[in-house]
Design a protein around this ligand. Structure first.
Ligand SMILES: *Cc1c(COP(=O)(O)O)cnc(C)c1O
Length: 408
């Protein structure tokens, strides 16, 4: 595609705000689990656009849905409803605990809606001072001011003036620390069933059961942020389904659109009825293009063999990582679930996750960090075995490079 402007990485510094620091290469094309940059260099993609591209790049069924919908109807706003949104909502309701769905455009917006709904529910059903929200340290819920304040990393919410109040933080996987904070003034507890950004750390089942029991005792809503764990990522459509702990509100985004921006909250009639007419909204949310793509993604992801395939691929990943570790002794643990896996660096390599990810890039492999000590893998849910094998070969070379550089 040629134009009057030749753009490259320097163009970013010229015209984009500096809140991101993108890598030197600019991807221009993707196909399945492979990506090519401006110079024709090929990468294997184990990052998935940060756990988003659940069916890889340019999946034919998603392309078809997008193309067909783009020739029919793009946008009408929520003054009218639309067929793709209604079909997608029906499918999500049928496949989960939920009776009702609200669509938006991102994970942060989904959590924003979840928290506002919880506040409104408590305000109308109980009293104006049942407004406390409890979240967890090291968690991540998005970057709007409400959700970033709920997230457990003050570095992300400091320096923007007065924060939304009424939010407190307990220790993840520590029921006693929640028990010390929760009371009848609590309207909601929000958590990720597995910390994503916070290090790919699964919640313990007993912890989740305890959280749910405390919520019930204090009539607080339990919100699961499944923006990263959801939509097939862990081998269940939503992670809660494999845990046996059902939330009152669930937020979903990332993989839901397979690369097209969409988010949603799922909830029961009993809770959802408090998001009354006019109480909340978004112009783009649930627009026909996004919903058509998400519906096509749903039709593929929510198949027993595709979900089972996530678990077999998990084993392939774990085995390859174990082999790398036997050779190089770099990881203390491989943790996570399904195709959201974290290789935790040993004490000796603490703080170096970014070095491993950069070295992987040089070998033609895209992967992610999750904090400073964990290398994160969030590939396509249908990544092919040969791509896993080739990607791991490249990752091993990257590991060897980092270790060699460490020695000099
Ligand atoms: C990515 C993420 C979000 C934020 O989603 P955006 O689409 O970036 O707003 C929220 N919660 C979790 C658990 C996430 O991983």
């Amino acid at each position: 595609m040629s134009d009057i402007y030749e753009v490259n990485r320097e163009t970013f510094d010229e015209v984009m705000l500096p809140n991101y620091a993108p890598l030197a290469e600019i991807p221009v094309r993707g196909d399945g689990s492979r990506v090519w940059d401006q110079h024709g260099r090929e990468y294997i993609d184990f990052a998935g656009g940060i756990a988003v591209n659940c069916l890889g790049h340019c999946h034919p069924a998603l392309n078809k849905a997008l193309r067909e919908q783009s020739e029919r109807l793009w946008h009408v706003s929520n003054i009218w409803t639309n067929e793709p949104a209604l079909r997608l909502a029906k499918k999500l309701v049928e496949a989960t605990f939920a009776d009702k769905v609200f669509f938006c455009n991102s994970g942060a917006e989904a959590n924003e809606a979840a928290l506002k709904l919880a506040r409104r529910y408590a305000f109308e059903k109980f009293s104006a001072d049942k407004d406390q929200i409890i979240a967890f340290k090291k968690s991540f819920h998005g970057r709007t001011f409400f959700t970033v304040t709920a997230g457990g990393q003050p570095a992300y919410s400091d320096g923007f003036g007065p924060k939304p109040s009424g939010i407190e933080h307990a220790e993840y996987n520590d029921l006693a620390s929640l028990a010390a904070l929760i009371s009848d003034k609590t309207c909601a507890v929000i958590l990720e069933p597995m910390l994503g950004e916070g290090g790919v750390l699964p919640a313990e089942k007993a912890f989740l059961e305890g959280v749910q029991a405390l919520c019930k005792k204090h009539q607080a809503l339990l919100i699961f942020d499944e923006v990263q764990t959801g939509f097939g990522r862990t081998g269940d459509l939503y992670m809660y389904q494999g845990l046996g702990v059902t939330p009152d509100i669930l937020s979903t985004a990332k993989s839901l659109g397979g690369g097209f921006p969409i988010g949603a909250i799922l909830t029961s009639d009993e809770v959802g009825k408090y998001l009354k007419f006019g109480s909340h909204g978004t112009t783009y949310g649930g627009n026909p293009l996004a919903c058509a793509v998400a519906e096509a993604a749903f039709d593929i992801v929510n198949q027993a063999d595709v979900l089972a395939g996530v678990k077999t691929r998990e084993l392939e990943f774990r085995q390859a990582l174990d082999e790398i570790n036997q050779k190089h002794q770099v990881f203390s643990e491989i943790r996570g679930a399904g195709l959201l896996l974290g290789a935790v660096l040993k004490e000796k390599y603490q703080g170096q996750a970014r070095e491993f990810v950069m070295a992987a890039g040089e070998q033609g492999l895209m992967c992610l960090v999750a904090g400073a000590n964990v290398v994160r893998f969030a590939p396509s849910l249908i990544v092919e075995s040969q791509d896993i094998a080739e990607g791991m070969k490249r990752f091993e070379k990257a590991v060897a490079r980092v270790l060699a550089a460490d020695k000099v």
